[in-house]
Write a protein that binds this ligand. Structure first.
Ligand SMILES: *[C@@H]1O[C@H](CO)[C@@H](O)[C@H](O)[C@H]1NC(C)=O
Ligand SMILES: *[C@@H]1O[C@H](CO)[C@@H](O)[C@H](O)[C@H]1NC(C)=O
Ligand SMILES: *[C@@H]1O[C@H](CO)[C@@H](O)[C@H](O)[C@H]1NC(C)=O
Ligand SMILES: *[C@@H]1O[C@H](CO)[C@@H](O)[C@H](O)[C@H]1NC(C)=O
Ligand SMILES: *[C@@H]1O[C@H](CO)[C@@H](O)[C@H](O)[C@H]1NC(C)=O
Ligand SMILES: *[C@@H]1O[C@H](CO)[C@@H](O)[C@H](O)[C@H]1NC(C)=O
Ligand SMILES: *[C@@H]1O[C@H](CO)[C@@H](O)[C@H](O)[C@H]1NC(C)=O
Ligand SMILES: *[C@@H]1O[C@H](CO)[C@@H](O)[C@H](O)[C@H]1NC(C)=O
Length: 809
């Protein structure tokens, strides 16, 4: 009775098991595939891109668009779908075409009896040839991981076996349509005894150096650690006298992918099962300083300084008379005297270790002694930054490819002449002394001035008692209000008068005795908006007059109270409509479109048309106020920054702004410019169209953020679907499409791809064709929402409100 059932179960097991293997005398023809045990990878025939050629390959199962992880016949495509894969009983896997010609072969063989040959596709994407059920990788007869393509998979090893001399590395495809080997490779430095670092190379030239290894990861640029913490991403280095290999591992709930593109970029992406959609989080090279050795020997590259290239301290630029090339030379030559010493450089990317010798287990002190002993040793350090990690790197000759990082760099000790060291030291002390004297002088002067001012104000107060008086701040006249007047107007700051809470404190509604309605922004005493931000806002906004900017009526400063008095906006802020389910339908499309235009014009005024060039830095729905007619007015200039006419970009160590609106270059590098506002504006436009917040945006069948979702719809030609459902069909499709299009152009990843304010206003108002947007910078936003610590400048806990993180000065 039971027998049929048992046979049945056995049959099911048998078919399941055979799905990931090819047995001898079994064959796989075009159209059939085999799938790894947990359905992570699939093997079969495919045609890449627009090509009609057929290739035998391995791809990520159920990932769209199809992502190929390995190709067998890279250089020998099949022209039709007659290909068949067979495993012969000699132990080799071959691909033949209709006429029986071998197109590709694993060239492996095995001898002996009692061998149960199978080819199995593992869940790592490794296709292995082995004897029966063994799982020991050293006993594989052949494995595809020994022949990497353009993709690094879990457990795949890049490096060199010094005994066999075989080197494994990634090679880019020639193009998206052609998997044959392209120009670019990603490889581990493979000279025996050298320290580990990765190179992106274009044929035999180094394009970018990644690393060196710091005992845990590749140092400096944290590209390889910008991943969710729970991914438990690990870099493993296997180094001994026989071999040197690099590989990666991660938590099995995730998939991680490193690829060398045909254009020579190394891109890292990941996703979490079951949602199989790539999230790209880093790519290299990204900036000028990623160009290998771009500043020459003893040069250092720093993207924060202009020019980017300079010489290390103790070296100076020498321009050759004959050929106009400059190189860094020692200011004072070495003489190998006993007085010579080392100057410490911090937070840098260590020079190319190709010129260095590594001594395991040596302490930093012994390392210094070792370097000092040999006159040709130019620098030393301990590359291992893990706690307790020891090791000594000694450089002989030029220090190449040094760059300065804002953070995450390492220390390097560079040999300098005795006189140079003492000069640097004394000039340092000199500077310190000068700074001290100047500081002292300034503080004395300031105290005196403050005293005089206090006297002056007191006298003036007496004269005009509590009445309004004008105080000059910068060149702008802003009326000063007395505290008692504000207090009366706001009913003694009663809770009933409170309009809301901003980033820096509560906002109250008030009515002056003359009957004028006002909004009072009272900076909380604990607020980090200090006197500087306060003055900044007063001066900045007082000079700005535009119908799309909120008008400052005055300010109040008394004791430790600081307040700003604005015209009152009866309809509050845009977000109180847009993101409120019960109120959003009050905002119809013509109003929304009008608001988009108004904000755009306000921005144009700020960026280009006012007497100043102002970057707002915190443009968001909460800072767009609406007047009686629902006309928009940009408010909250606490973070605004005035630029000089010729100044285009600035850098900050303080990250301010609101998540969801911050541009990628600002989040990642602290760089901001008018284009950061354009980015925020783009986000705002998309939010206005669809009535949902970018930050925290969730869509039912995927968890893209708003930008990702808008981009997806745009690509599918369905931008119109982005429209807020509450508007039903009462909108102009043409205006909506135009808004979405301009919104996407504004959130481009590259600053240069974003329009400036005047082009943006013209685009919004015009009829003509618009440039096509590229993929926006939405990956940044996405990973940031869960993993803010990935971004060097973001504090670890942040909410929807304005950030005003203060650096330790
Ligand atoms: C593939 O295998 C089938 C039997 O499983 C056989 O009939 C066929 O001839 C084989 N094809 C090739 C090209 O070897
Ligand atoms: C099989 O491959 C050989 C060599 O590439 C080629 O000459 C032949 O035409 C191919 N046969 C078919 C049927 O495609
Ligand atoms: C197998 O050997 C042939 C002939 O020596 C060679 O052309 C081919 O590249 C080899 N295949 C692999 C995968 O090494
Ligand atoms: C492998 O197969 C052999 C016989 O086929 C069996 O004795 C052995 O237990 C199996 N090993 C494992 C690990 O399944
Ligand atoms: C420029 O001239 C210097 C010597 O004057 C020489 O060392 C250097 O190689 C020259 N550089 C180039 C690019 O010709
Ligand atoms: C390195 O140091 C550790 C601890 O001092 C020691 O156990 C280990 O054997 C040393 N390794 C070598 C290669 O000297
Ligand atoms: C200094 O180091 C270099 C490179 O390792 C070596 O060739 C040279 O012999 C050493 N010189 C002395 C005096 O130890
Ligand atoms: C710099 O000067 C201080 C005291 O003036 C001294 O202690 C220190 O060792 C000097 N550093 C170097 C690198 O000479």
């Amino acid at each position: 009775m039971l027998l049929p059932y048992i046979t049945f179960i056995f049959l099911i097991l048998a078919t399941c098991r055979s799905a990931d293997t090819i047995n001898v005398h079994q064959n796989i023809s075009d159209g059939a595939t085999i799938v790894s045990a947990n359905a992570r990878f699939e093997l079969g025939f495919f045609s890449p891109g627009n090509s009609n050629n057929r290739y035998l390959g391995i791809w990520y199962k159920n990932v769209s668009p199809q992502t190929v992880a390995g190709v067998a016949n890279r250089e020998t495509p099949l022209k039709d779908n007659s290909g068949v894969v067979k495993l012969d009983n000699q132990g080799s896997l071959t691909l033949v075409n209709a006429s029986g010609r071998v197109i590709w072969s694993s060239n492996s063989s095995v001898y002996g009896t009692n061998i149960n040959l199978v080819a199995q596709l593992l869940d790592t994407g490794n296709l292995v040839l082995k004897n029966g059920n063994i799982t020991d990788s050293d006993s594989y007869i052949w494995q595809s991981f020994d022949y990497p393509g353009d993709t690094l998979l879990e457990g795949m090893k890049l490096g060199k076996n010094f005994i066999s001399g075989r080197e494994t590395f990634l090679t880019s495809w020639r193009s998206a349509d052609d998997p044959s080997p392209g120009e670019y490779t990603l490889r581990l430095s493979t000279v025996e005894g050298k320290y580990q670092q990765l190179y992106i190379m274009r044929s035999t030239n180094t394009v970018t150096r990644i690393g060196p290894y710091n005992g845990l990861t590749l140092s400096g640029r944290t590209e390889f650690t910008h991943v969710p913490v729970e991914l438990m991403f690990n870099i493993n280095m296997i180094v001994n006298k026989d071999k040197m290999f690099f590989s990666t591992t991660w938590d099995t709930a995730y998939m991680f992918n490193t690829i060398v593109t045909p254009a020579g970029k190394v891109e890292n992406s990941w996703f979490k099962y079951p949602k199989a959609e790539w999230i790209m989080f880093s790519t290299l090279p990204v900036d000028y300083c990623d160009n290998y050795g771009v500043c020459g020997p003893y040069g250092r590259c720093n993207t924060i300084t202009a020019p980017y290239c300079g010489c290390l301290k103790g070296f100076e630029l020498e321009t050759s008379r004959n050929n106009d090339t400059s190189v860094c030379r020692r200011s004072i030559d070495l003489d190998c005297g006993t007085e010579e010493g080392f100057l410490r450089f911090s937070s840098i990317k260590l020079p190319d270790t190709e010129n260095a010798v590594f001594i395991r287990n040596m302490s930093l002190l012994d390392c210094e002694v070792a370097c000092k002993k040999n006159c040709s040793c130019t620098a030393y350090t301990n590359p291992n930054t893990t706690p307790g990690g020891a090791g000594c790197l000694l450089w002989y000759g030029g220090l190449i490819d040094v760059r300065v990082y804002p953070m995450n760099g390492q220390d390097l000790y560079v040999r300098l002449a005795a006189s140079e060291l003492s000069r640097l030291n004394s000039s340092f002390h000199e500077k310190k002394r000068v700074v001290m004297v100047v500081t002292l002088l300034i503080s004395v002067v300031l105290t005196l001035l403050g005293f005089i001012l206090a006297l002056y104000i007191k006298r003036k107060r007496k004269k005009s008692s509590d009445a309004r008086s004008n105080i000059q701040m910068g060149s702008a006249d802003v009326p000063l209000f007395g505290l008692s007047k504000i207090s009366r107007a706001t009913n003694d700051f009663s809770v009933d008068n409170k309009l809301g809470e901003g980033g820096f404190g509560p906002v109250y509604k008030g009515v002056l005795e003359e009957g004028q309605e006002i909004a009072v922004k009272r900076l909380s005493k604990s607020s980090q908006q200090g006197l500087d931000e306060f003055k900044n806002e007063v001066i900045c906004i007082a000079k700005l007059q535009h119908r799309n900017l909120v008008k400052l009526l005055g300010y109040c400063i008394q004791g430790d109270e600081k307040m700003l008095i604005y015209e009152y906006m009866p309809n509050k802020s845009l977000d109180s409509f847009l993101f409120d389910e019960s109120r959003k339908s009050l905002l119809d499309w013509p109003q929304r479109f009008h608001i988009i235009h108004g904000v755009a014009r306000g921005l144009l005024y700020l960026h280009q048309d006012s007497r100043l060039k102002v970057v707002h830095r915190d443009l968001k729905a909460g800072n767009i106020l609406l007047d009686h007619h629902m006309y928009p007015k940009i408010s909250d200039f606490g973070l605004a920054r005035m630029f000089k006419e010729d100044e285009n970009e600035a850098k900050t160590k303080r990250l301010v702004g609101t998540l969801g609106y911050i541009s990628p270059e600002y989040a990642a590098k602290g760089l901001y410019s008018v284009k950061s506002d354009i980015f925020s504006f783009g986000v705002l436009v998309l939010e206005i169209v669809c009535g949902k917040k970018n930050r925290g945006f969730v869509h039912e069948n995927n968890d893209d953020n708003l930008l990702g979702y808008a981009w997806r719809l745009y690509k599918e030609g369905k931008s119109i679907d982005l429209i807020d459902e509450c508007l039903h069909t009462s909108y102009s499709a043409c205006e909506v499409l135009r808004s979405v299009h301009v919104g996407l152009l504004c959130v481009q990843d590259r600053v240069a791809d974003r329009p400036n304010a005047s082009t943006m206003v013209a685009m919004l108002g015009g009829e003509g064709p618009l440039p096509s947007p590229k993929k926006p910078a939405f990956f940044f936003q996405q990973s940031e929402s869960n993993h803010s610590s990935s971004f060097p400048l973001l504090p670890s806990s942040v909410n929807g409100v304005t950030l005003s993180q203060v650096d330790g000065r």
